[in-house]
Design a protein around this ligand. Structure first.
Ligand code: GLN
Length: 389
């Protein structure tokens, strides 16, 4: 009889889809999925329109590795913001979003039977990606409420089988931005055990207050063993474009390219042309972007506190983790369902971003996204205030 494969048999629907459907059903304000309700910069959208209408070449396959203009823009951006020297020809690759980038990094640099360290809570696609490739995950939790790892637990995760670690900074869902001390410990262990870092830095421009984004590739000796992943979606509010990239040492990139050519072959051509334009926007764009998001973070942080939740304002990303234990008895899934159906605000229950062993660490937590218009965040605040009553 026709049946589905064992490798997907254990997968449910992603929590993002599940919460989106629940939010729709209850007409809830959806602070679940990180999906901006506003548009990207007009001139970036216009660049895509121009490519579609006036550049017949753009409506056909781009080079598999991405257009040379976009790869140069990726290298220039890394040089401008982080002083990194990236080879735009052999050191940068364009993918169908960061999600494909990470999958191609795993397929291209880690072997079946190897171990890969995941820092929990981890973004939900990392684990299925490892499962597809027959790789064993090894978990290192960030502990609430500060969401820091225990150095001894990290050290113990490195074995003779460790091939890579997937790092995410600024970190979804905790909003942590790893400090130089934390980054240095990770880097030292990777050098000691000859481990590759797959560094998911898609929230690189979403940084608040005194936090500073430290790309793993900028640490001494790390450029040669780090694959840096980023994308258009978060930095330019175009999550639907699905344009991502990887940059790093040509030797490692070679493996990623070999995988990428048979995963998607290439990524959307008109969006690549616009992406090159976006990455070249002046510094003022990125400053205004941060100021806009700082105000949104403050708005939602006070709304959640006002509703009786315990919150540490995030250092980066557009997510807030809030502890609801003072206002609700039950676990994170029950809370997310209650909040969506009874209060009219949807959030993401984060236990799914943990291994079964460590899921209890998030049992009284909810993740809220603030990539929304101020008026929507205000209305969410009004609804959330009913929680504490
Ligand atoms: N990265 C976004 C989030 O964490 C969207 C994820 C998704 O829908 N797959 O909300």
């Amino acid at each position: 009889m026709a049946r589905i494969a064992n490798r997907v048999a254990g997968f449910g629907t992603t929590i993002f889809t599940e919460i989106n459907e629940l939010a729709l059903q209850h007409k809830a304000i959806n602070l679940g999925q990180g999906r901006p309700d506003f548009d990207g910069p007009a001139e970036v959208i216009q660049a895509a329109v121009d490519a579609l209408l006036h550049n017949a070449n753009a409506n056909q396959y781009p080079p598999g590795a991405g257009t040379s203009t976009l790869r140069k823009a990726i290298a220039d951006h890394a040089s401008r913001f982080y002083n990194l020297e990236i080879d735009p020809v052999k050191g940068a690759l364009v993918t169908a979003g960061a999600t494909e980038a990470i999958f191609s990094c795993i397929l291209g640099t880690v072997d079946r039977g190897d171990e890969v360290i995941l820092i929990e809570p981890y973004f939900d696609s990392y684990l299925p990606n490892l499962i597809f490739a027959g790789i064993t995950p090894v978990y290192v939790p960030l502990h609430p409420p500060t969401w820091t790892f225990d150095p001894d637990e990290l050290r113990a995760a490195f074995t003779s089988k460790t091939r890579a670690i997937i790092l995410n900074t600024p970190q979804n869902p905790t909003g942590r931005v790893f400090t130089m001390e934390e980054m240095t410990l990770i880097a030292d262990l990777c050098k000691e055990h000859d481990v590759t870092v797959i560094s998911d830095e898609v929230y690189e421009h979403l940084i608040f207050d005194d936090a500073r984004h430290i790309p793993m590739a900028t640490l001494p000796g790390m450029l040669e063993r780090t694959l840096t992943v980023s994308s258009m979606g978060k930095s330019f509010s175009v999550t639907g474009w699905k344009i991502g990239w990887v940059y790093g040492a040509p030797e490692l990139l070679e493996g990623v390219s070999r995988a990428h050519q048979f995963v998607t072959f290439s990524a959307n051509h008109p969006a690549q042309i616009a992406a090159a334009h976006a990455l070249s926007l002046p510094g003022t764009y990125f400053e205004e972007f941060q100021a806009m998001y700082t105000a949104k973070r403050d708005l939602l942080t006070s709304a959640l506190k006002n509703a009786g939740m315990k919150v540490n304002a995030p250092e980066g990303t557009y997510f807030i983790m809030a502890d609801f234990s003072d206002v609700f008895d039950g676990d994170d899934l029950e809370f997310a369902r209650y909040l969506t159906s009874e209060i009219g605000v949807a959030c993401i229950p984060p236990t799914g971003f943990f291994s079964t062993e460590h899921a209890h660490m998030a049992a009284t937590q909810a993740r809220f996204a603030f990539c929304k218009s101020d008026s929507l965040l205000q209305e969410a605040g009004n609804r959330l205030a009913r929680l504490s009553r």
